[in-house]
Design a protein around this ligand. Structure first.
Ligand code: C5P
Length: 314
């Protein structure tokens, strides 16, 4: 096939703990990542040239070489020059649904879709772990976006272990349209404030990873306990984002007064997500928060947790 359409889901962080420094200025993390049904569509079409093109229906997304999806295509061309010469470049067309710079890995998921799609168009036959190894060169969330579902992530976020699928839980996402938080700012500010608490010795790092593996969030997931999962949502980056962006803190508080399982900021924010027992309760919570805050700049989405990452759109 010379063209593929792929579904590229967003992710939320059910748990994000910052443990210490990782090589290259990154952070060593312990996370639980979860794919959700809010998704972009990424269309790839062989264009018969040696030049990739990237287009998107959102003007917030760069359509040049700085786009992560474009960089994913260039990485594939560099890694597999023979296939690139034989099959040529592709036009990348991104249909955006996932809000941009929102802590939902939208850009990472688009890049993951390009890796999966070019593997098919160029008939490379790479396995999922091989694609994920390449993905880690581009960004910490991209390996997860490929396989998706529910996963435990350590290292920079690229070391993944699948977790059991969660029971049917609904998720409400809320974001101020004009608000963006830079991921590099969030982690950099965290390091300035809490760097003195970082773990650095290899034994201590191992001990923290093991503690996470046997911790209560992983147990709650194993027991499919939605109530517990809601109570145990955690994100260290809230410690820097909420004081700097009081409107995010206010949004989070507004959800606390509704019938939900739990509420948290996703990734480096500023999207706030809440888990609810049913689509009806999710809808009701979003209406209540909308009416409470009555802010014209606030967007809401209701989605479901899903057990997969990049899918071919048949
Ligand atoms: O890997 P990615 O490009 O998505 O990361 C964006 C930024 O987030 C990095 O440049 C870094 O500042 C920060 N980051 C980090 N530790 C991680 C992941 C991201 O410090 N594990």
């Amino acid at each position: 096939m010379r063209s593929y359409s792929l579904i590229a889901p967003a992710k939320i962080n059910l748990y994000l703990e910052i443990i210490g420094n990782a090589p290259g200025g990154y952070h060593e993390l312990a996370m639980v990542l979860q794919s959700i049904s809010l998704a972009d569509r990424v269309h790839l079409r062989a264009n018969g040239t040696q030049q990739f093109h990237c287009a998107c229906n959102s003007n917030q997304v760069p359509q040049d070489k700085t786009n992560l999806a474009y960089r994913a295509a260039e990485l594939m061309a560099k890694q597999f020059p023979q296939a690139f010469n034989r099959y040529g470049a592709v036009d990348i067309n991104i249909e955006k649904q996932i809000p941009v710079a929102a802590g939902l890995a939208g850009g990472s998921s688009n890049a993951a879709a390009v890796l999966v799609g070019l593997n098919l168009i160029w008939q490379l036959g790479l396995t999922q772990p091989e694609l994920q190894e390449l993905a880690a060169q581009l960004g910490s969330d991209i390996p997860f976006c490929i396989s998706g579902g529910t996963a435990l992530a350590t290292g920079r976020g690229e070391m993944l272990e699948p977790l059991p699928d969660l029971p049917p839980i609904s998720v409400i996402l809320a974001k101020y349209r004009s608000l963006e938080i830079s991921t590099a700012w969030a982690y950099g500010t965290y390091r300035q404030k809490f760097g003195h608490t970082y773990v650095s010795e290899p034994e201590a790092l191992l001990e923290r990873r093991q503690r996470f593996h046997s911790g209560s969030m992983i147990a709650a997931i194993a027991h499919q306990d939605g109530q517990k999962i809601g109570q145990l949502l955690h994100n260290d980056l809230e410690k820097v984002a909420l004081p700097a962006y009081p409107q995010v803190a206010q949004l989070r508080s507004a959800f606390e007064n509704t019938d939900i399982l739990g509420v948290m900021m996703s990734g480096s924010g500023p999207t706030v997500f809440a888990l609810a027992e049913s689509p009806e309760k999710a809808q009701q919570a979003s209406i209540t928060v909308k009416n409470t805050l009555n802010h014209p700049d606030l967007d809401f989405w209701v989605a479901q947790l899903i057990p997969c990452g990049i899918q071919i759109d048949h």
